[in-house]
Unconditional design. Structure first.
Length: 342
């Protein structure tokens, strides 16, 4: 008596499950594999944010989904369709992950996972060039104005975040509390940057330089005895036809400053050989009596990211993927500098 009824119930359940699976599975798969076409000059950051996804949360999932259709340094190809991760997908975190929140990085990047302690004990003072009333070098690209202070600041923020991920203590000397890390190619200029801790930046150039130098030196005294570095990040201004690579300055009296510059230079050489074989890398290391290099107490490295007026150099900093690559490579070099000075 119970056998046939039980059989019918089982048969009904199995068919109902098959029906539901057949109806819902395509919908689920479609939701998880929505495809969008990459635009010319677009990077992963821009593509994700254009489609309402947080680059900070979905970057790794996107790369995994599309790893067979990405170029060097995970570059996108214009016209190619790429799969978007599920809206709820995030990079898995370990149960004991350490998360810190830094509002200065902006909403999408404020949460930082401390991934390791490789830079534990290292202190960095990051000084993005110019800011406030001084935009620094000004160039144009596709009839849009490019200001040095905005691009130097974005790379500096990205560098700060990477250093923190590796356990470092970081002070942003030049700071903008409402910009954060931005994934647009064109970064709108403003004049509201401040100097650490929250001082208005003066118009006079010498006063500006002294203000940020004093801020670094006061922090240096408080952290005396620790491993400390000051990095100033700029974009150079040269003739339209002059293509330059990332290059580095140090104080002529500082052997450790020169050593740090050489390590960074070697790291960039390594990355160019890997990602652009045959291109060559011609970034230089030299001493120069720049005010912030000469007058700050910690070992100082002054970095020029490229020529604001050269088309190829502009690609190095207007594309968010490239700005992130600069930050990543600088971080790797600084980790080597720390390891060799313990």
């Amino acid at each position: 008596m119970f056998g046939p009824n039980l059989h019918i119930k089982k048969y009904f359940r199995i068919n109902f499950i098959i029906f539901l699976t057949g109806m819902l599975l395509p919908l689920i798969l479609n939701a998880q594999t929505k495809e969008v076409e990459a635009k010319k000059g677009e990077g992963i950051y821009r593509l994700l944010t254009r489609n309402g996804l947080s680059a900070a949360k979905h970057m790794d999932a996107f790369i995994e989904l599309n790893k067979n259709n990405l170029g060097r340094d995970n570059a996108l190809f214009a016209g190619v369709k790429y799969k978007l991760p599920d809206m709820g997908a995030e990079t898995p975190r370990a149960a004991n992950a350490r998360i810190a929140r830094y509002e200065i990085f902006g909403n999408d990047y404020a949460e930082v996972e401390i991934k390791n302690d490789k830079l534990d004990g290292a202190i960095y003072y990051l000084m993005a060039g110019h800011g406030g009333p001084d935009p620094g070098a000004v160039g144009t690209y596709n009839n849009r104005i490019l200001c040095e202070d905005e691009y130097a600041y974005d790379v500096t923020l990205r560098l700060a975040r990477k250093l923190i991920e590796n356990g470092a203590t970081v002070y942003m000397i030049t700071r903008d509390n409402n910009d954060g890390i931005r994934d647009e190619s064109y970064l709108e200029p403003d004049k509201d940057e401040r100097c650490y801790p929250n001082s208005r930046i003066p118009i006079n150039q010498l006063r500006r330089l002294k203000q940020r130098t004093d801020a670094v030196n006061e922090l240096y005294r408080k952290n005396r005895g620790s491993f400390q570095r000051m990095l100033a990040i700029h974009v150079d201004s040269r003739s339209v036809g002059e293509n330059i690579d990332v290059f580095f300055y140090h104080d002529k009296r500082s052997k450790n400053g020169e050593k740090a510059c050489r390590i960074l230079q070697d790291k960039f050489q390594e990355k160019y050989d890997l990602h652009q074989p045959g291109r060559g890398y011609h970034g230089t290391v030299s001493s120069r009596g720049l005010y912030v290099v000469r007058n700050t107490y910690p070992v100082a490295v002054y970095i020029e990211l490229g020529n604001m007026n050269h088309l190829r150099d502009q690609q190095r900093f207007i594309l968010p993927n490239n700005r992130q690559a600069l930050a990543n490579w600088l971080t790797e070099g600084l980790m080597t500098d720390f390891e060799t000075n313990k």
